[in-house]
Design a protein. Structure first.
Length: 397
């Protein structure tokens, strides 16, 4: 709707049609609270304040380089107009070229987020999403563990040649490096609090809560996550059942993301895992596959509505259906990041969110919202939740 003028910092507003123009104005009114210089319109049943459109932002450095604005202003990935989605499906760059409706920056598909059907960049979303909670506030810790390095991760790093080699398979296992990563994380957990950080109350609380709940591990049904859960949290160390959650699988948004597609259901999941990795010889009887007795993955790329429903169901499962004060989920980088983006600002007040005592946690949370958790990394999230303030709930849909 807004198009950049070549060789100039100015932008012009152009509506492809009256319908698109009306939709754009409604989006801006509902979410951004900006002002508009639109011409007089037909009378409406409900009056609304005037709003203005946000101009797309292009940095001086980008304008100085011919074609330089064809990149994401957050991660610098290429965002070539019209071919972005095709490039993303082939794992070249991070996807289509979008504009944030709040700050106007050009961002790739991996750095954008939809809020109330309005496109925003992850940076703006993570900084401004604040919910007001009233009444009794409950607290729970969720420990996210990203799976160790997989064969598909190695193929991605190798470029097109590696992708072509592995694209014919689905639900890839861990690589040799990934198996070594699980052993290293297991040793760190067994060693307990590092001596250099033993004096920190926050670190002690992290370890106490992480190790307190050993009887159940929540896990994605994809092979690389199941391998990670069994090897990092073995029964020999006192860890209990592994419960496979269909909604904890990785997000499948492009047809070439074959690692997001399942290859077995029910008890065949366990048999396949044991054949793929001899270290999983004692997995039988430990994993609960109740939720995965039928096809648990989507053969078609998921749209934003599908993902939103899955995110909400999983989040409700972790916070409300699990009655304990802490829980552990072994899952995937994009899923973890999306959960934090969608739910990661539930606090009791704006003042507390901006207070000095929360600055470190706030910075960590923002970083987790915009960057991937490393393979076999652990992220502890403190959740405070209760009854949402009516205005806050309305704003978040």
């Amino acid at each position: 709707l807004l198009r950049e003028r070549q060789g100039s910092k100015t932008t012009t507003a152009a509506a492809a049609s009256q319908k698109e123009n009306a939709r754009f104005e409604l989006e801006v009114q509902a979410v951004l609270g900006a002002r508009t210089t639109a011409a007089a319109r037909a009378p409406r049943a409900l009056s609304a304040p005037a709003h203005t459109a946000v101009a797309w932002a292009i940095s001086d450095e980008e304008e100085a380089t011919p074609g330089g604005h064809w990149k994401c202003q957050l991660c610098s990935s290429p965002t070539i107009p019209y071919v972005g989605r095709v490039a993303r499906s082939l794992h070249i760059g991070k996807g289509a070229r979008h504009h944030c409706r709040k700050c106007g920056r050009t961002v790739c598909g991996g750095c954008s987020f939809m809020a109330l059907d309005v496109r925003t960049c992850k940076d703006c979303y993570s900084k401004t999403r604040v919910l007001q909670v009233s009444g009794t506030v409950r607290e729970k810790f969720i420990f996210f563990v990203r799976h160790a390095e997989s064969v598909w991760n190695v193929a991605m790093a190798a470029g097109p040649a590696g992708i072509v080699k592995e694209i014919w398979d689905r639900d890839h296992p861990l690589s040799e490096v990934g198996q070594a990563q699980t052993a290293a994380l297991r040793r760190k957990i067994m060693a307990g609090i590092p001596e250099s950080e033993a004096g920190s109350a926050n670190v002690r609380e992290f370890y106490d809560l992480f190790l307190a709940r050993r009887e159940l591990i929540h896990c994605s049904p994809l092979l690389r996550a199941l391998q990670t859960a069994h090897l990092v949290f073995p029964k020999a160390d006192g860890w209990g059942e592994i419960k496979l959650l269909r909604n904890a699988r990785e997000q499948y948004t492009y047809f070439t993301e074959r690692d997001c597609l399942g290859a077995a259901v029910g008890h065949e999941l366990i048999e396949r895992a044991m054949k793929a990795d001899s270290q999983l010889h004692d997995l039988q009887g430990r994993a609960d596959v109740t939720e995965c007795m039928r096809q648990w993955w989507s053969e078609q790329p998921e749209n934003m509505r599908d993902l939103e429903g899955r995110h909400k169901a999983l989040w409700n499962r972790m916070l409300n259906e699990d009655p304990h004060s802490s829980c552990t989920l072994v899952a995937h980088s994009n899923l973890i990041r999306s959960l934090l983006l969608r739910f990661g600002a539930g606090i009791t007040s704006v003042a507390e969110f901006l207070g000095e005592a929360r600055q470190d946690a706030r910075t960590t949370l923002q970083r987790a919202m915009t960057t991937k958790l490393q393979n076999c990394g652990v992220l502890g999230v403190r959740c405070e939740f209760g009854d949402l303030d009516a205005k806050s709930a309305l704003r978040e849909g």
